[in-house]
Ligand binder design. Structure first.
Ligand SMILES: [Zn+2]
Length: 247
């Protein structure tokens, strides 16, 4: 046991970097980026010691990741890491997440996560559900993510991505399936969803404006069809005359 401890003492890079070291490195990295004219958008979780995220969308994103056995053992390190403020920058674009994560090395690591676009049929299902529900439509029009669609997201074949739809990479030397930097970024995405659930559209490669316009059109068409069928059900004038005995 003693020999083993010595082995680790000789190779300090096997140990977890201290919070103080991470903080010092992070401050230096942010200052350096500012000098180069880069604007970092750091991830600051609003949750408490138990949860990273505070909103239904953010928490559901985290729960979705945690339910997969492939990720379970690796994610906990990311939770600690994101809380320590190591995700210096995280930007969500169409189907891509780009982030800078501070580690024991001075230069932050670059993390890139690609998420497959939502398949056509599932996108159509989402659209149909939206256009059927008035509250969901109102939410979308007023720039809110529809609460009514929660169930649709959580279904087995729901709209949150499965591991096979997520592709990750990190510039760190101990990159395996999921290093702690990528795990921290995965939680960082949840924090972004806390701020704005519409990021979900970008993550799944959906054009939000186009989606809202199309859902509105579908809603109007459904209303028009409904109006036409109501007209069909109206009683012709001649029938009304006979009902009231008017000759
Ligand atoms: Zn890494």
């Amino acid at each position: 046991m003693a020999a083993r401890r010595r082995y680790y003492d000789d190779f300090p890079h096997f140990s977890q970097p201290s919070v103080a070291l991470l903080r010092r490195n992070a401050e230096e990295s942010v200052a350096k980026a500012q000098k180069k004219g880069k604007v970092y958008d750091p991830v600051i979780p609003k949750g408490n010691s138990r949860t990273i995220c505070v909103s239904w969308w953010g928490q559901s994103w985290c729960r979705n990741m945690e339910r997969y056995a492939d990720y379970a053992s690796r994610l906990s390190r990311g939770k600690t890491y994101v809380r320590q403020g190591t995700v210096l920058d995280l930007k969500i674009q169409q189907g891509v997440v780009l982030a800078k994560v501070q580690g024991s090395r001075r230069t932050p690591y670059s993390v890139e996560i690609h998420i497959d676009p939502l398949p056509e049929d599932r996108q159509k299902a989402l659209m149909e559900q939206c256009s059927k529900k008035i509250t969901a439509m109102e939410d979308l029009i007023y720039g809110q993510f529809p609460e009514e669609l929660k169930e649709l997201f959580l279904e087995r074949d729901g709209l949150f991505p499965a591991p096979k739809e997520i592709h990750m990479g990190c510039s760190c030397p101990d990159w395996a399936v999921m290093c702690k930097h990528v795990a921290a970024v995965m939680y960082g995405i949840g924090v972004r969803l806390d701020d704005n659930p519409f990021y979900f559209f970008s993550l799944r490669g959906i054009d939000a404006d186009g989606f809202v316009t199309k859902a509105l059109e579908d809603r109007v068409n459904t209303m028009l069809e409904h109006a036409t069928s109501t007209t069909d059900r109206m009683i012709p004038d001649s029938d009304i005359a006979s009902i009231f005995g008017i000759v």
